[in-house]
Design a protein around this ligand. Structure first.
Ligand code: NDP
Length: 320
């Protein structure tokens, strides 16, 4: 590996639609890759609804309990095959999907010797965690040495996108690997972009998260200033919405800040992890805004780590 990304232009992969709706392969009676056997690891806020969508689209989904058995029981009721270990999930699967919290879990799970031994040489690992490019490349090196193909495929779109099957996939890898698993991704995603080689997906995701993390802090500061100046939140939202200071984050999160409704969503500790990835990857170049946002997320994690990351507003507004 030369450490560089392929110079190919970004490729947006069209999702087939029928009457304006995404094609459902089950309804069409065409499991185009047969009953493609999929092992799914990481059944959390994102993974559970993604696995549900695979089952709805007639894929054969294989899972195992980690700590929380509820998602596995639910998926079993919808037709998933339940195993007692991850190596049994991996054995015989054509596609292994992982969407785990962070680098540490990617390392512990994906580089586990038993899991690696269980995987068929012609399987594809579709790695969807928001991890670091460095960890993704490390996993890729190990899998490539075993002849197993890898697609780096982090997602954006949140839990709502995961439920609706409208996620955006930032795919890093070879075009033919993407083509081979495209139908699987289409069951979960509304947009699929081929952005470069393995590691480039994680890199773009980290850049997106750096922006989102900084924008949330800016939105929280704007909200706090509006409160101090006794400006009505709805008027502010309307006016900013058609002015140059608008951001998606401000317009979509100011209501939650005002209502103090911080049910996740996207947990603050995951955003902290993502901004940390951007800062680590960007070491040696100045990233002052990301650095400051990271400090704020670090300082507040103990109190709000399990809440939605919009709870950072509490730091600026306080308890008044
Ligand atoms: P959660 O914390 O909700 O879920 C993580 C899942 O991973 C849980 O099911 C957990 O199981 C499982 N897990 C952890 N360790 C292991 C292990 N060693 N073996 C098997 N399973 C394990 O996280 P999310 O689903 O919210 O996020 C997952 C990834 O997706 C993160 O990288 C996140 O940054 C990213 N992401 C999240 C979005 C969001 O809105 N939530 C949006 C876009 C990306 P158990 O609970 O049993 O421990």
């Amino acid at each position: 590996m030369d450490g560089k990304y392929h110079p190919n232009p970004v490729r947006r992969v069209e999702i087939p639609k029928e009457n304006g709706k995404k094609r459902n392969y089950k309804e069409w009676g065409m499991g185009t890759m047969g009953n493609k056997r999929i092992g799914f690891i990481g059944l959390g806020a994102m993974g559970l609804p993604m696995a549900r969508n695979l089952l709805k689209n007639d894929f054969e989904v294989h899972v195992a309990v980690h700590r929380n058995s509820e998602p596995v029981q639910e998926l079993k009721g919808q037709g998933a095959v339940v195993h007692d270990s991850l190596e049994h999930v991996a054995a015989g699967c054509e596609v292994l999907i992982s969407i785990l919290p962070a680098d540490m879990e990617m390392q512990n799970v994906l580089l586990d010797a038993k899991l690696l031994d269980a995987l068929n040489g012609d399987a594809v690992l579709v790695e969807m965690t928001s991890g670091s490019p460095a960890m993704m490349k490390r996993v890729h090196d190990v899998y490539r040495n075993k002849g197993i193909r890898v697609l780096d495929a982090p997602v954006s779109g949140g839990t709502i996108g995961a439920e609706k099957g409208t996620l955006t996939v930032m795919a890093g890898g070879e075009a033919d690997v993407l083509d081979d698993v495209r139908r699987v991704l289409e069951a979960m995603a509304g947009n699929i972009y081929l952005v470069g080689s393995v590691g480039a997906g994680k890199a773009i995701k980290a850049i997106n998260q750096m922006l989102a993390g900084v924008h949330m802090v800016a939105a929280a500061e704007a909200f706090a200033l509006a409160q101090k100046l006794e400006i009505d939140k709805d008027i502010l939202k309307q006016v900013i919405g058609s002015s140059s200071g608008a951001s998606w984050m401000f317009l979509n999160k100011v209501d939650a800040m005002s209502d103090r409704n911080f049910k996740p969503g996207f947990k603050q500790r995951l955003m902290k992890k993502d901004v940390q990835i951007a800062v680590d990857e960007g070491r040696n170049i100045p990233l002052p805004l990301a650095g400051l946002a990271l400090q704020l997320y670090n300082m507040t994690e103990k109190d709000i780590g399990e809440k939605d990351f919009s709870a950072i507003a509490e730091y600026f507004v306080g308890d008044e």
